[in-house]
Design a binder for this molecule. Sequence first.
Ligand code: NCD
Length: 309
Amino acid sequence: MRSIIDILDLSVSEIDELISTAKDIIKDHKKYEAVCSGKKLATLFFEPSTRTRMSFEAAMYELGGNVISMASAASSSSAKGESVADTAKVVSCYADIIVMRHPKEGAAYVAAENADVPVINAGDGGHCHPTQTLADLLTIELEKNRLSDMTIGLCGDLKFGRTVHSLINAMSRYENVRFCLISPDELKLPDYVVKDVLEKKNIEFWSTSDLEDAIPKLDILYMTRVQKERFFNEEDYLRLKDSYILTPDKLASAKPDLSVMHPLPRVNEISTAVDKDPRACYFKQVLNGKYMRMALILKLLKEAGQICM
Ligand code: NCD
């Protein structure tokens, strides 16, 4: 059974295919409105979510399918001590595809090993978040008309930010992509990404704590929230939370075709005054996420023999 736990579970050509399905959905929405009729998607969210959960739900409804979900982790049997493995087995009896978010790294993998239906990782702790990356890739493709030849600045919490880890993995597979890693010392990219991805693949990157110095060099600026829920002590969070705040002033030295991205939710990292700037792409990312999730649901249900298109 094919599950998507990591963005690298999808090949570059499969990502191309998903992007072209998403573009076709945007163009011809009607063609897709009943393709998942009679199918059910289960959302199992053990951590807060607005976009990821609602975009999966909207995606399934727009494909003509249905959605079942648990109201919250606290009201599910996990509060009684049920394991992720058992929950996945149980929910496989009710749904044709499962979307799961969990605070523990590797939880989606355990679910996929035990489920009888495809599992999509909607974020596992500070590890990875492949479907946010699908949203990001469609956004980059639509904004830049390419996924190669660019300098990407990643700014904020590079240590715990799972969207950053998945985006680096994905973009490292395209030609001539460089990364500028902008973070305070304490929130630097983990070694397993620096060593196993960037260094191993010989990808150009540099680290800095100075956002203003980096901005003029960037084609994409990917801002992130400091991940409060992953901190062990509140003092550290309070000290680091406002490390970077993007304002119109700071954008004055940026390229005219810079794309400012953010997986959202934002706390303080981007001043709302930036929203009016044509370079702000973060609300476009939200919509693109729904289209890519529609494309992914279609792909996995088709491969599982659940639908034919
Ligand atoms: C991100 C996440 O959950 O990792 N949110 C999202 O899914 N768009 C980013 C975040 O919470 O900061």
